[in-house]
Design a protein around this ligand. Structure first.
Ligand code: ATP
Length: 234
C-alpha cells in the first residue's frame, strides 16, 4: 500500500533521514520505534508532504505521492501529528468536522462522526466543550478522531502515547487496534517501544536517521539487542 525507497531528508547540513526503505501492507499496523531525535517525525512529515525529501521515492498504491498535504488527504492518507495541533478555541465537534473539510458527502460525514463518538465516548460527552480545555489525553483522542474524519485508508500516527498516564496509554493503544478493525492501515511512530511492538504486525527500528532493524514485531520483541536498548531488559 505504501512503499518508501531510499528516502533522504536534510535540514540544512543535518542529514536527518539516510536512505530509508519501508513498506506498509494494507490492513497492517506497522510501527517505527526509535529514541528522541531518531527521525520518526521527519519520516511521517516526509510521507505526508509537510517536508520535501532531497532524494527517494514514496509510492502509495503504486503511484508517486504528490508532495502536497491536501493532495495526500485526497489520496486517502491522514496524519495525526505529534503535539496534536487541535484548534483550542473551537469546540470538540467543530474540530472533528474540520477533519472532513475535503468531503462533500454529508451522510458519510455524519456516519463517521457517529463512528468517532463510538470509538471515543469521551469526545461525545464533551462535544460542545472548547478543545483547549480538554485534558492531554482527551486532546490526543480528539486529534485521532479528527484524523479519522477524512475517512482515510492509511493513518500516520505520531507518538500517540506522548505525555499520557499509563492507564490512558493502554486505552489509546486499544483504540488503535479498534481502528485497525475498521479496515484501516496504520503507520505508527513511537518511543514507547513495548506498546508499539505489542500491537504491530511489522516494525522498524530507526536510529540516527537509519533503519537498523526490521521484521515481525513479535520476533523483534525477543531480540536481545532490542530488549536491551528499547524494552528496558538486559
Ligand atoms: P522525537 O521523538 O524527539 O520527536 P523524532 O525521532 O521524531 O524525535 P525528528 O523530530 O524527526 O525526530 O528529528 C530528527 C532530527 O532532525 C533531530 O536531530 C532534529 O533535531 C532534527 N530536526 C528536526 N526538525 C528540524 C528542523 N526543522 N530544522 C533542523 N533540524 C531539525
Amino acid at each position: 500500500m505504501l512503499k518508501v525507497e531510499n528516502l533522504n531528508v536534510y535540514y540544512g547540513g543535518i542529514h536527518a533521514l539516510r536512505g530509508i526503505d519501508i513498506e506498509v501492507q494494507k490492513g497492517q499496523i506497522v510501527s517505527i520505534i526509535g529514541a528522541n531525535g531518531a527521525g520518526k517525525s521527519t519520516l511521517l512529515n516526509a510521507i505526508s508532504g509537510v517536508i520535501r525529501p532531497k532524494e527517494g521515492s514514496i509510492k502509495y498504491r503504486g503511484k508517486d505521492l504528490p508532495a502536497m498535504p491536501y493532495k495526500i488527504v485526497e489520496a486517502g492518507i491522514s496524519q495525526v501529528p505529534e503535539g496534536r495541533l487541535i484548534f483550542a478555541n473551537l469546540t470538540v465537534k467543530d474540530n472533528l468536522i474540520i477533519g472532513a473539510y475535503l468531503r462533500k458527502d454529508k451522510e458519510g460525514i455524519a456516519q463517521d462522526l457517529k463512528n468517532v463518538y463510538q470509538l471515543f465516548p469521551r469526545l461525545e460527552e464533551r462535544m460542545n466543550q472548547m478543545a483547549g480545555t480538554l485534558s492531554g489525553g482527551e486532546q490526543q483522542m480528539l486529534a485521532m478522531g479528527r484524523g479519522l474524519m477524512s475517512n482515510p485508508d492509511l493513518i500516520l500516527l505520531d507518538e500517540p502515547s506522548l505525555g499520557l498516564a499509563p492507564l490512558l496509554v493502554k486505552t489509546i493503544f486499544e483504540i488503535i487496534e479498534d481502528i485497525k478493525k475498521m479496515n484501516k492501515t496504520i503507520l505508527l511512530v513511537e518511543q514507547n517501544a513495548y506498546k508499539a511492538l505489542s500491537i504491530a504486525d511489522k516494525a522498524y527500528v530507526l536510529e540516527q536517521g537509519k533503519i537498523i532493524k526490521e521484521g515481525n514485531a513479535k520476533e523483534l520483541t525477543k531480540d536481545p539487542s532490542i530488549q536491551e536498548a528499547y524494552l528496558g531488559k538486559s
